[in-house]
Design a protein. Sequence first.
Length: 448
Amino acid sequence: MFRAVLVANRGEIARRVLRACRRLSLGTVAVYSEADRDAPHVREADQAVLLGPAPARESYLDIERVIDAARRTGADAVHPGYGFLSESWRFAEACRQAGLAFVGPDPEAIRVMGDKTEARRVMAAAGVPVVPGSAGPIADVAAAEALAPEIGFPLVLKAAGGGGGIGMARVDRVQDLAAAFAGATRRAQAAFGNPALYVERYLDRPRHVEVQVFGDTRGGLVHLYERECSIQRRHQKLVEESPAPGLEPAVKEGLVEAALAGARAIGYVNAGTLEFLVDGRGRFYFLEMNTRIQVEHPVTEEVTGLDLVVEQLRVAAGEPLSWRQGDIVLRGAAVECRVYAEDPAKKFLPSPGTIAALHVPAGEGIRVESGVEVGSSVSVHYDPLLFKLVSRGAGRDEALARMAAALAATSVEGVRTTLPFLARVVAHPDFQRGAAHTQMVESGTFGD
Ligand code: MV4
């Protein structure tokens, strides 16, 4: 195993990774920016290295500084968490070059899945259904116009260089294509430094269902069932759960088999997630693959009883998976609510400040993953996620009832939070009957 693991992240995920390291009796190194001198993750690690100023570009996103911190502290592995450098194949490659184990997949898998048209091509070749669309990037408006009749309207333009819905443009009529193409190209260039676009048929009110997979370096590969993540706002997830409610068992089986086929096709190692869109008729389509541990991994841990971050470390050290597929049993149901420092009454405007008071729930079936404590400052420089509330129950009803109680028992002073909005989601009849879809938040189902 490793001597010491450098955690190249902050907030709740840094603390989560530190906890997994302690479970394995591994040494730990935190890194931090000038804004995070007093952050809990810095205190909780054996050693901590200041990276630089608050802006992430000069601290958490600076590959050289992170690698240098590992060298200086004697760390022999790096866990990137999510966000920041977690899906940078250059960072994974730089770790390898520096003799550090990267706790994640091979740089090549990150690179291929990071190119969204390449990912579509690889998955389609593996027999995974993809949304009908262009075979690769489209050269110009003329090419898009030539393709549009076979794809049909509405269609959607997406950035090839990155996912998460950034730069996405729905187009309803051929006469709108040229302007949409120009706008999406500009946004793709700004967000990803790559102007390339591809086209897909636009699916109406799909559900977002993703499958957790895990591979090892010995050819082992398992899935850990699915998560339903349709409650999102501007591509930021707010509520996730497992198992996905209201999906036929045959659809779920199709999803996990497709996910395994896709992961197997690229020889995937470590934790990964394949995202799918599911339409009203239960047809599913591969969207993209996330080559990292995800924010919502705890719901999978709660229904399987497994520790995904501990397993990430074991697999990165070359150990075989601790589980065979038959050992992985889904029991009960789990829900996660993300509490952000954003004001739902003001269009989810960021609400920076200092946490003046904090009460989080505890009790049977409740888990809290927090990055903050009383006195923490919530800066504008980073993702505003404060903590995650996770509930588990023997069934979905119990998990939801526990979540409703947990939300009511939670209070934060000093910043505005998404708590009241989350309480409305969990109490909403459409959510309660498991009928969530990806356009619900934006269409005002939960008020605005
Ligand atoms: C789509 C779509 C409809 N049709 N693609 C948004 C995030 C990115 N991963 C892909 N997204 C979508 N792609 C086609 N062909 C609708 C969305 C979408 C969405 C997807 C998942 C979760 C929330 C969403 C909210 C709005 C739109």
